[in-house]
Every structure is written in C-alpha cells, then in structure tokens.
Ligand binder design. Structure first.
Ligand code: DAH
Length: 339
C-alpha cells in the first residue's frame, strides 16, 4: 500500500512540475486530491484495508496530501508571480513620454464675426436680444409697413408655414416685439437665423444670418445713426475705414440708406476685391418709419429712432476674404481650421 501511495505521489509531483498554467495546476489538484481524486480513493477504500494497518495508511495518505498541497501552492505562487511580471512588463508606462494634447475645437468664422459685432455694440451700450425664427406674418411683414400685397414681399421669397406664420425672412421681425414692450429708451441688436426660398450659390443660401439694430429715444437723428455706424465700421474694418451713405428704400424706415465702407484691401483706390469700385456695400439702415412706431403703440411726438440690418455671412466673407458663402456651411475641416 505504501508503494501504491508513493507511486501516486510521484505521478502527482511529475504532473505538478509540468503544469504551466493555473488551469493545468488545478487539473492536477482535482485529479489527485479532489473528491474523486486518486488519493481520496484510497481513503474511501479504507474499509477493505486490514484494520491494524488503517491508522498507518491514513497517516501516509495525509502526509502525501500535505506534501502535494504544499507543492501545488508554491507552484501556483510562482506561476502568479511570473504572470504578474509579464503583465507589468507588457503594460509598462513611461511617465516621461510627452502627453497627447486633447484636440481643441475653435470658433466658426460666422461665430467669430458675430462676437466681434456684439463686442462693438455692447461697448456702445446696446443689449443683445433674440426673437423667434418661426414668426407671425404680422411681425415679419405687417408691423414693418409691409402689408399683404406690398411689392417688397416679392423681394424676400418667403417660406410660409400657413397663411399667418412664416420662417422669418429678416431679423427686423424682432423690432416690433421689442417696441411693443414699451420699455424706453431702446438700444438693442438682435442676431439670428433667417430664411429665404433661394437656390444655393456662391452668394445665396436658403438660410443665413442677420444682425438687426434698433435705437429708440426721445432725441435721435440721422446723424446719430451715421455716427454710430461709422464707429462700427472703423472698429470692424480698421481705423482708416471711410463710410458712405447712399439713399435707398426700405418700407420700415424713412429716410432709408445703404452704407458702403471704403475697401479695406485697397483703401478705396479700386481693386479686384471691391470690383474696382473702392467701396463695399455693407448694410441697410434708416430712421424708423413713424407708422411703424405708431403700430407698436409709441408716441411719435416724443420718440424717434433708427434701425439697421447687417448680413453676418457678408461680414465673415469680407473680413476673412472668403469668396464663396457655401464654404461657411459645408463644414470642411480643412477650410474651417484656417480661422
Ligand atoms: N431687413 C433688411 C433686409 O433684410 C435689412 C434692413 C434694412 C434692416 C434697413 C433694417 C433697416 O433695420 O433699417 O434686407
């Protein structure tokens, strides 16, 4: 019997020493020490052993068990140590390597231009307000002196939601909202998205942005309008910029004008950029029509004011010398990264 136990023990030691993974080690444990293992089988067969020999056989088996357990444990420990060593080597981090900087986003040229315009007007004491993009016909047209059937409606190809609701064609729609509140004086700019049923080309898009300006006070004149917009132009395009006001017509201002700025590329001599003109058209403006003030419940004896409307894309295109408006919307990173 002692021989048999020794044989089993030697077989087990052999198997343990050949085990190269925790799984193989566990298999050896089960094979010899498990419930159905070979050593356990001897204990289970004790009833067939001569009663006098039984204590001895028990002791031999236990001794063999203990020795095998020790061997399995130490083999397991060195195996774990080896695995850990390999993992540490594989996952080694060189803390002295330079870090990877997270990619930074940056502002879209439209947004840069908008912030610049907002900076200039808030510096002059204007407040930035917004209005709805889906607008009543009443605010987009009627209260701006553009009743149904007025020819000025044809200039702005309108997306109609229904007979009374449109996608606003101009940020001028915010004017009446602000005036109706009756908190005077008013000094606001209102940037936002506008919509017109135009086909896409280098200078047109069905959706673009405008910035509306409105000032209403007890004393305000066309020279205030000119002075304000001159400051704006110089801040935006440089100290040497000159301005020129040409008579124009808008239904909601009287008198109305368009403002040109001297070409900031050639200084007014005429170049490719300004198409040889020396001047670049930049915005529409005028004194708010008394009828518009009346429709918003303002006392025209006491109050007057001026308004202006600038195309945001136009400013971005000019300032950054971009020759195609589509570039602003296509989100080509190679283009956008330049700003
Ligand atoms: N809303 C006009 C347009 O889209 C621009 C404009 C012109 C706005 C004159 C004004 C203004 O407030 O006084 O063409």
């Amino acid at each position: 019997m002692q021989e048999r136990i020794k044989e089993i023990q030697e077989k087990a030691v052999e198997l343990i020493s050949r085990a190269t993974s925790p799984e193989a080690l566990n298999e050896a444990r089960v094979k010899f020490l498990g419930k159905k293992g070979e050593l356990t089988a001897i204990l289970k067969g004790m009833k067939d052993v001569d009663p006098e020999l039984r204590p001895k056989v028990g002791a031999w088996v236990n001794e063999a068990r203990q020795q095998l357990e020790k061997k399995i444990d130490s083999a397991g420990k060195s195996m774990e140590a080896e695995i850990l060593k390999q993992r540490l080597a594989a996952e080694k981090i060189d803390v002295t390597l330079p870090g990877k900087a997270p990619a930074h986003g940056h502002l879209h040229p439209n947004e840069i231009a908008l912030r610049e315009v907002e900076r200039i007007f808030t510096g002059l004491g204007y407040e930035v307000v917004t209005g709805p993009e889906v607008e009543y016909d009443e605010y987009n047209f009627e209260k701006l002196n553009i009743p149904k059937g007025h020819p000025a409606r044809d200039e702005q190809d309108t997306f109609y939601i229904n007979d009374n609701i449109v996608l606003r064609t101009q940020t001028s729609s915010v004017q009446a909202h602000v005036m109706e509140k009756g908190q005077l004086p008013i000094r606001i700019i209102s940037p936002g998205r506008v919509f017109r049923s135009d086909a896409v080309d280098a200078t047109h898009s069905p959706s673009f942005h405008q910035i509306e300006g409105l000032l209403i006070d007890e004393k305000s004149s066309f020279s205030d309008l000119k002075g304000t917009l001159e400051v704006f132009a110089k801040e935006l395009f440089g100290e040497n910029t000159k301005t020129k006001f040409r008579p124009h017509h808008f239904p909601f201002t009287e008198p109305s004008a368009e403002m040109d700025v001297s070409c900031f590329k050639c200084g007014g001599k005429g170049c490719r950029f300004c198409k040889g003109e020396g001047w670049i058209e930049i915005l529409g403006c005028g004194m708010v029509h008394p009828h518009v003030l009346e429709m918003c419940g303002l006392d025209t004896e006491k109050y007057s004011g001026f308004a202006f409307g600038v195309g945001l894309e136009r400013i971005a295109l000019l300032k950054y010398e971009i020759d195609d408006m589509r570039l602003l919307y296509e989100n080509d990173l190679r283009f956008l990264k330049q700003f």
